[in-house]
Design a protein around this ligand. Structure first.
Ligand code: C5P
Ligand code: C5P
Ligand code: ZN
Length: 454
């Protein structure tokens, strides 16, 4: 069977029901997944409600089961909790891309078809396959791409690959998406150009990142002009000016000793939602996904979902103000890591943010900190205080994965060993563990990772 055939089976099963509860994850991929499924159900005339979970644990599942739903559709989560889902005897469809633990009838997961769920298809992508099989939903390809980009699935190859690429091409064919090679710095649609440099964390531009003055100085030195008082946005620049900035950044990177592969990461494929207005937060897939993270990761999934469902009015404005907060928090989080430093063990490095970084964004901060840590040969583990325990986030890189790193497995096993739960992908994983078991957890994780990469 292929992934598409299995998606068709899930679609058939869904169509047998008259109402459903969609349960999804609180990030960009989870929101777009929920929106894709919501639209598909709406169009098929199936009643539905949506609910979001920070993580799908026993408590969340029991609450869901207590509602006695006709059908539960799990999107962007579920594959790690199959045993419990089975034991609760729910009528359920699981549409997920996390590493699966267990088997289930209506379970769509790329890993079961030899497809990598960290790089080739996201939760929104598999959910899009089901929506397509339900029929008449090809136009939702743009949301599927936003989810994939939100999970950083384009990073490995500098462009979307595998099933993601198929979905992208479908979106291009029906004119909801287009893509091109461009600078990868964040904010091309919406921010004055110096901000792109100032907030560049991947790659980290020594002497420029973090400094407004240095960023402006850099642009002035290479002859990029302001228009009156105002700095233009990237999309307002002439092609020649864009070229000039890119080549100056390349030179800057190389002359400040940055390795070639990092410098090359300045340019790559960027994905544009053709139906969205230029210069808005939802025109570029990467900016869109950040806007969504700024809602769901702060207990405002309803706002992000409304944006995905098409609100460009009140909810959209609310999302944009949340975005400002989110950006501030990320910058503060990164500064905290730089100040406190990272502690190295044999096979990992970690920081503990205590209650200074929200547990829902500590993983993003851990990922961004990868771009300035001294040792790129060790995965970054991060802790954040959480209700009733500690949230763990971890991030690796492709080099480590080639050596055998699988954070999803290592974290899953180490968390279990101390009475917690966790899982995820080879390159990024997370867990919840009891507060007092941090050191024990680190010790076990360090040795598990050691076994993987040796
Ligand atoms: O929960 P979910 O699967 O949606 O999240 C995937 C996570 O993996 C994202 O937080 C993303 O930042 C991370 N990731 C990463 N580097 C990659 C691919 C994914 O940090 N190259
Ligand atoms: O929370 P964070 O962004 O660090 O999560 C990284 C990856 O690990 C995500 O794909 C997330 O869904 C997954 N994860 C998990 N179980 C947890 C926590 C995170 O599968 N308890
Ligand atoms: Zn996901």
């Amino acid at each position: 069977m292929t992934l598409e055939k299995k998606a068709a089976k899930c679609a058939e099963y869904i169509k047998k029901h008259t109402s459903a509860l969609v349960v999804s994850h609180i990030d960009a991929d989870g929101l777009t997944s929920a929106a894709i499924m919501g639209k598909a159900l709406e169009r098929a005339g199936i009643d539905y409600k949506t609910r979001f979970a920070r993580q799908l644990d026993m408590q969340a599942l029991t609450e869901i089961a207590d509602r006695n739903p006709d059908l539960v559709i799990f999107t962007d989560l579920g594959s790690g909790m199959i045993e419990t889902i089975s034991s609760l005897k729910l009528n359920a469809v699981i549409s997920d891309h996390h590493q699966p633990h267990g088997l289930y009838e209506h379970h769509l997961n790329p890993h079961l078809f030899g497809i990598n769920g960290a790089t080739e298809i996201s939760g929104s992508g598999v959910t899009y396959l089901i929506a397509s099989a339900i029929g008449g939903n090809a136009d939702l390809a743009d949301l599927a791409i936003v989810g994939a980009v939100g999970d950083l699935q384009h990073v490995k190859h500098g462009q979307l690959a595998g099933m993601n690429r198929k979905i992208l091409e479908e979106g291009v064919r029906i004119n909801v998406m287009h893509y091109e090679k461009d600078i990868l710095l964040f904010g091309k649609q919406t921010r004055p150009i110096f901000k792109l440099l100032q907030y560049s964390t991947d790659p980290y531009l020594p002497g420029i990142t973090g400094s407004e003055d240095a960023s402006i100085e850099f642009l002035k030195r290479i002859g990029i002009r302001q228009h009156g008082e105002k700095w233009r946005r990237w999309i307002d620049l002439e092609p020649a000016e864009k070229k000039q900035i890119v080549s100056a950044l390349f030179q800057f990177g190389l002359s400040s000793g940055m390795p070639g592969y990092k410098v090359e990461r300045l340019v790559g494929e960027v994905y544009t939602l053709s139906r969205e207005r230029e210069g808005t937060e939802v025109r570029d897939a990467s900016e869109y996904s950040t806007l969504l993270n700024a809602t769901a990761r702060y207990d405002h999934a309803d706002i992000g979902l409304a944006v995905c469902m098409g609100d460009r009015d009140k909810k959209f404005d609310e999302a944009c103000s949340l975005l400002n907060e989110h950006r501030k928090n990320l910058v503060e989080g990164l500064n905290l890591v730089k100040e406190r430093g990272i502690i190295q063990m044999e096979n990992l490095q970690y920081f503990d943010s205590g209650n200074k970084i929200r547990e829902t964004i500590v993983g993003i901060v851990a990922g961004m900190s990868m771009s300035f840590v001294n040792n790129r040969n060790l995965p970054v583990i991060a802790f954040a205080d959480s209700d009733g325990g500690v949230k763990v986030s971890s991030r690796g890189n492709q080099e480590l994965i080639r050596k055998g790193l699988n954070l999803g497995d290592a974290i899953n096993e180490a968390a279990k060993a101390v009475g917690g739960t966790g899982g995820g992908h080879d390159i990024a994983a997370g867990a919840f563990i009891p507060r007092e078991s941090k050191q024990e957890f680190l010790r076990i994780l360090d040795s598990k990772i050691g076994l993987q990469i040796k």
